[in-house]
Design a protein around this ligand. Structure first.
Ligand code: SAM
Length: 279
């Protein structure tokens, strides 16, 4: 395996530090440094950017980000066993890698970063969707980041870019497309990871929009969409019952047919509904 720096190959790092993969932490490592550098490149030009990386593990993607010229990387990793190998990378790139041993769901990364900021991560599957929704739904826009370049299970990637009418269309598609322009930029087979997961994976690059496509309050939109898709086969007038006293009137006022199902409703319709609910 060719290497992108003069640090030991990742297989050796894993053996030296006894980093047997833990399923509970969603550990499926990328050991090919050419592949991790390619993923880093999907985030665009990193020079002059701070990068937030969640779940660096033994540091394959971290090394890719640094080799591709990221100004600084903040790597947040829950597994204390990864601290020693990550410290070796930090020593190789003085002043450019800060590692925090913490649960990414429990910290505020903005305290450690200077804009422009890009988020790049091979996310642990168990927390990936939760982090994405959090990054997409701050009260105010634009958010702290310019772009998100994230590895997901292929099915989750399909849900992010899905259009109305299909089975994959739902809350993730609406929240992602409302405020960002998401694109699937790479597909990876299970064998790209060690250990190999059961599913295929894909890298999604989400560029933030300067403003959301249609005005709406993020928390209200999120609530309306969650309710509508919780019973996706039902008509809106039933799935949204309880949202407001005259829910059928609201649906009509939003320009929608109360007998429509959630998966037929586009972004504009959901945003109109969220504005009326909030109003
Ligand atoms: N980035 C590495 C790579 O590409 O080889 C590892 C990716 S592995 C799919 C996910 C990583 O996220 C693991 O190292 C795991 O320990 C870490 N992790 C899991 N849950 C986490 C959490 N809540 N906060 C931070 N890191 C977490």
């Amino acid at each position: 395996m060719t290497t992108i720096d003069d640090l030991p190959p990742l297989r050796a790092v894993i053996a030296t530090h006894d980093l047997s993969a833990k399923k509970s932490l969603g550990q499926n490592f990328l050991l090919d440094l050419n592949l991790t550098a390619k993923i880093a490149r999907q985030a665009g030009d990193l020079t002059g950017c701070d990068v937030l990386e969640v779940g660096p593990g033994p540091g394959g993607l971290t090394r890719g980000l640094l080799a591709e010229g990221a100004r600084r990387v903040l790597a947040v990793e829950k597994d204390p066993r990864c601290m020693a190998p990550l410290a070796e990378i930090a020593a190789r790139y003085p002043g450019r890698l800060q590692v925090i041993n913490a649960d990414a769901l429990a910290i505020d990364p903005t305290r450690y970063l200077t804009p422009p900021i890009r988020v790049v991560a091979n996310l642990p599957y168990n927390v990936g969707t939760e982090l994405l929704v959090r990054w997409l739904t701050p009260d105010h826009w634009p958010p702290f980041w310019d772009s998100l370049t994230l590895m997901f299970q292929k099915e989750v990637a399909e849900r992010i870019i899905a259009q109305p009418g299909g089975k994959a269309y739902g809350r993730l598609a609406i929240l992602a497309q409302w405020r960002t322009d998401p694109k699937v930029v790479m597909s990876l087979p299970p064998e790209a990871f060690t250990p190999a997961p059961k599913v295929h994976s894909a890298v999604v690059h989400l560029t933030r929009r300067p403003a959301p496509l249609y005005p709406a309050d993020a928390a209200t939109l999120s609530r309306v969409v969650a309710m509508a898709f919780n019973q996706r086969r039902k008509m809106l007038r039933s799935s949204l019952k309880g949202l407001a006293p005259d829910v059928e009137g609201l649906i009509r006022a939003a320009g929608l047919d109360p007998t429509t199902r959630a998966e037929q409703v586009g972004l504009e319709g959901f945003c109109a509904l969220a504005r009326l609910v909030k109003g």
